[in-house]
Design a binder for this molecule. Structure first.
Ligand code: UFG
Length: 323
C-alpha cells in the first residue's frame, strides 16, 4: 500500500487516479486546500493533519505502507515572502514529523514534491539538476531544506528517496472530472481560462519589459498527467531497488512566454482574451525552462503532452466549472 499525503490536492489527486490502477492507496489530507470529491473512490481516505504524530503512528502501525508520496505543502511564492512562518511550519516542520514517523516504523521509500523554485534565478538556458540551488524565497527554501534533510536521513537511516522538481504544472484529467482548482487562483493558465469562461473581466500580464523574446516571462509548462506518470515511474524505481537517492527535474524542455500562452488559449478555445499590462510580480524570474534529460536517461520518462494539449485538457475542465 502507498500513502499519498496531500492526495486531495491538484497534483496529488491526478496521481491517485492513476496510481490506484497498480497499487492500493491511502490518502491523508487535511482538506485545507484540497477537495475530498477529487480523491478517487478506490483510495482509502483519512482526514487529518500531517503534523499529528499519533495519527502517523496509527497509520504506519495499521497499514502495510511500502512508500510515501508527499504532495501536501503551501505553495504560493508571494505568500511565502509575507508569511514565512506558515511555509516553514507546513513545509518543513510537518514534513519532518512525517519523515520521523517513517524512520520509526522503518518505511523506506519516499517521493518528494520539490520545485523549480529551488533554483532561484538562473541564467542557464536549460536548467539541469547540476545548476546550483539558490532559492530566492521562503517557499523555494522550505522545499530545498527538505531535500537536504532527506540526503542526511538517507545516509543515517537508510531512507530511499526521489526528489521531483516540478516546473509549471498545468492541465487536467482527460475525462474532465478533476482539474486545477485553487482558491484564490494565482496561476496563469487557470486565470486565462477562467476569464475566457466568463468569470474574470480580464487577464493581467505581470510585466512586459523582461529580457525575453516578447518581454514577458518564459516558463516550462508540464501536463499534470505527465507529472503523474513520472511519479509512478519514480516510485517503481524505489520499489524495485533501482534508485536509492535521486533528484530529477520534471518539465517539457521548451519555454513559452505569457503572451504565447495567452495566444495558445485563444487558439484552443476560439475565444478572444482581454489583457492589460500590469507591474512585474515580486520574485518572478524572467526564464525558467527545464532540462529533463536526466530522468529520461535514467528512468525512460519524457513529457508527452505539449502546451496545446495541456490547455485543451484544462479547458475541458474549466468550461464546466461554476466560480
Ligand atoms: N502571470 C501573469 N498573470 C497572471 C498570473 C501569472 O502574467 O495573472 C505570469 C507570472 O508573472 C509568471 C507566469 O505567468 O511569469 C507564470 O506564473 P504562475 O503563477 O502560473 O507560475 P509561477 O511560474 O509563478 O509558479 C511556478 C510554480 C510554483 C513555483 C514557481 C517557481 O507554480 O510552485 O513556479 O518560480 F514555485
Amino acid at each position: 500500500m502507498i500513502l499519498v499525503v496531500g492526495g486531495a490536492g491538484y497534483i496529488g489527486s491526478h496521481l491517485v487516479k492513476e496510481l490506484v490502477r497498480s497499487h492500493k492507496v491511502l490518502v491523508l489530507d487535511n482538506l485545507s486546500t484540497g477537495h475530498q470529491e477529487a480523491i478517487d473512490k478506490e483510495a482509502i481516505f483519512i482526514h487529518g493533519e500531517l503534523g499529528d504524530q499519533q495519527l502517523l503512528n496509527d497509520i504506519f502501525s495499521t497499514f502495510p505502507i511500502k512508500a510515501v508520496m508527499h504532495f501536501a505543502a503551501s505553495s504560493l511564492v508571494g505568500e511565502s515572502v509575507l508569511n514565512p512562518q506558515k511555509y516553514y511550519m507546513n513545509n518543513v516542520v510537518a514534513t519532518l514529523s512525517l519523515l520521523n514517523a517513517m524512520v520509526k516504523h522503518k518505511v523506506k521509500n519516499f517521493i518528494f514534491s520539490s520545485t523549480a523554485a529551488a533554483y532561484g534565478i538562473s541564467n542557464v538556458k536549460l536548467i539541469d539538476e547540476d545548476v546550483p540551488t539558490l532559492p530566492i524565497n521562503p517557499y523555494g527554501r522550505s522545499k530545498l531544506m527538505i531535500e537536504l534533510i532527506l540526503s542526511d536521513y538517507a545516509q543515517a537511516y537508510d531512507l530511499h528517496y526521489v526528489n521531483l522538481r516540478y516546473f509549471n504544472a498545468a492541465g487536467a484529467y482527460p475525462t474532465g472530472e478533476i482539474g486545477e482548482s485553487h482558491h484564490p487562483e494565482s496561476h496563469l493558465i487557470p486565470i486565462i481560462l477562467q476569464h475566457l469562461a466568463g468569470s474574470r473581466e480580464k487577464v493581467f500580464i505581470y510585466g512586459d519589459n523582461y529580457d525575453t523574446r516578447d518581454g514577458t516571462c518564459i516558463r516550462d509548462y508540464i501536463h499534470v498527467m505527465d507529472l503523474a506518470a513520472a511519479h509512478i515511474i519514480a516510485l517503481e524505481s524505489l520499489l524495485n531497488g533501482k534508485n536509492k537517492a535521486a533528484t530529477y527535474n520534471l518539465g517539457n524542455g521548451s519555454g513559452y512566454s505569457v503572451k504565447e500562452v495567452i495566444n495558445t488559449c485563444e487558439k484552443v478555445t476560439q475565444l478572444k482574451c482581454k489583457v492589460e499590462i500590469a507591474q512585474r510580480r515580486v520574485g518572478d524570474p524572467a526564464i525558467l525552462v527545464a532540462s529533463a534529460e536526466k530522468i529520461q536517461q535514467e528512468l525512460g520518462w519524457k513529457a508527452e503532452r505539449d502546451l496545446e494539449a495541456i490547455i485543451a485538457s484544462a479547458w475541458k475542465w474549466h468550461k464546466h466549472q461554476k466560480y
